[in-house]
Design a protein around this ligand. Structure first.
Ligand code: COA
Length: 163
């Protein structure tokens, strides 16, 4: 039987290291991006809900197997950003990423959220990530040419959430 996955919203100080490990091990992010991922955990630990960052952790066998970070976009009515979703590379392709996204969407809809947005890079490295978003029901709604760097567009995905 596969080990049970426990979802939790509470953020613990030990999650700093877990997030750093998972995001680093993914091989998808620069050192600066890894630092940003950890800073969001710090913000949440320091300010709680006022930080605007909500987390969902998936624990498996006593360790963090994956997590998502999201939050309502300031000055919108019910639009949310999904800032990060990452799964331990050893545990990918087993449905955990989808489960995290589904659960985040359910929580957003419960708060009367209408839309979830995700953005990523157009680089070939992120093709699996873009496939993942499409498989999760997101659609491309915008592209900002050369946004991150020359030949590196920002691609924005959106999903309307039913209540
Ligand atoms: C993207 C990521 C979160 C997906 O997590 P995962 O647990 O492997 O994904 P799942 O097993 O839940 O897959 C969900 C769907 O996406 C598809 N998918 C997942 N990884 C894929 C890949 N590498 N290539 C193509 N499709 C992929 C699966 O086939 C599945 O679709 P299906 O159920 O319709 O067959 C994970 O690969 C990851 O952490 N990547 C590195 C970090 C990253 O890019 N995060 C996003 C930017 S913040």
């Amino acid at each position: 039987m596969p080990p049970e996955v426990c979802l939790r919203e509470a953020v613990h100080p030990s999650d700093r290291d877990a997030v750093r490990r998972i995001v680093t091990d993914s091989g998808f992010f620069t050192a600066a991006e890894v630092d940003v991922a950890v800073e969001l955990v710090d913000e949440r630990l320091a300010k709680g809900e006022a930080s605007g960052y909500e987390f969902l952790f998936a624990d498996q066998d006593g360790a963090v197997a994956g997590y998502a970070c999201y939050g309502e976009i300031a000055c919108t009515v019910g639009s949310y950003d999904l800032y990060w979703v990452a799964v331990d590379p050893a545990l990918q392709r087993q449905g955990l990423g989808r489960r995290l996204v589904d659960e985040v969407e359910r929580r957003i809809a419960e708060r009367q959220g209408r839309k979830a947005y995700i953005e990523t890079s157009s680089r070939a490295l992120y093709e699996p990530t873009r496939q993942f978003y499409l498989r999760c029901g997101y659609r491309e709604v915008a592209r900002f040419p050369d946004f991150y760097a020359p030949e590196d567009d920002k691609v924005v995905y959106e999903k309307s959430l039913s209540r």
